[in-house]
Design a protein around this ligand. Structure first.
Ligand SMILES: Cc1cc2nc3c(=O)[nH]c(=O)nc-3n(C[C@H](O)[C@H](O)[C@H](O)COP(=O)(O)O)c2cc1C
Length: 195
């Protein structure tokens, strides 16, 4: 089975973000599997708040094109995000909304989400770990054409579960995360389309 290319990103760019710590664990777990991992930060792809008038006037921002190209170059992706009022962060939703406006780059059809495999996760200081956000994120990604693996991880009490090396000390969460990563890599490898 060919090693799939997996992109990994967090819906929080906050200094000290619990989800960025989770992303670190995701990338370490993925690195143990047969895949190539690219970790990015949305801080490097700043975008204005989506505005239809802005799009009509100036077109889709370059950073949205860069992100779509990156997604297009990968077989799958792992997104972690905080839960804000039961849903995803404005940063992540805004990024997805801009990306969904790009269907062509340099005259070539591109697809950021369609035909991709994804896994999703969340970390929260609350006991539920951001589980409500995961339902919303899953629904959005599926609507955009991604196959989201059934395994997912919601790390509760996240303020207390990461050690000084940002490793998860909670066995149950660590096990869920490992299962997510394995499922993502297995599925992305199976469904990988050779260019
Ligand atoms: C506007 C806002 C809404 C929030 N709503 C929720 C929520 O619905 N559920 C939850 O578990 N935590 C909620 N939180 C707390 C976040 O989970 C917490 O701030 C977390 O540390 C943010 O993720 P980060 O550390 O990766 O930046 C909310 C935080 C903010 C700022």
């Amino acid at each position: 089975m060919p090693a799939p290319n997996i992109l990994a990103l967090s819906g929080s760019t906050r200094a000290g973000s619990l989800n960025t710590k989770l992303l670190g664990t995701v990338c370490r777990d993925l690195a143990l599997l047969d895949c190539n991992v690219t970790r990015i930060s949305l801080a490097d792809y700043a975008l204005p708040l989506y505005d239809g008038d802005l799009e009509t006037r100036d077109g889709v921002p370059e950073n949205a094109h860069r992100l779509v190209q990156l997604f297009n170059d990968h077989d799958g992706y792992f997104i972690v995000s905080p839960e804000y009022n039961g849903s995803l962060t404005p940063l992540l939703k805004n990024t997805i909304d801009w990306m969904s406006r790009v269907s062509e780059i340099d005259g070539e059809k591109v697809s950021a989400f369609r035909g991709k495999i994804a896994a999703i996760g969340a970390a929260s200081p609350g006991s539920m770990g951001g589980i409500s956000m995961l339902y919303h994120l899953r629904e959005i990604l599926v609507r955009l054409g991604t196959l989201v693996v059934s395994e997912q991880v919601a790390v509760g009490n996240a303020g207390k579960v990461f050690d000084e090396n940002d490793r998860i000390t909670d066995e149950r969460s660590a096990e869920f995360l490992e299962k997510c990563c394995k499922s993502l890599v297995f599925t992305a490898g199976r469904l990988r389309v050779e260019p």
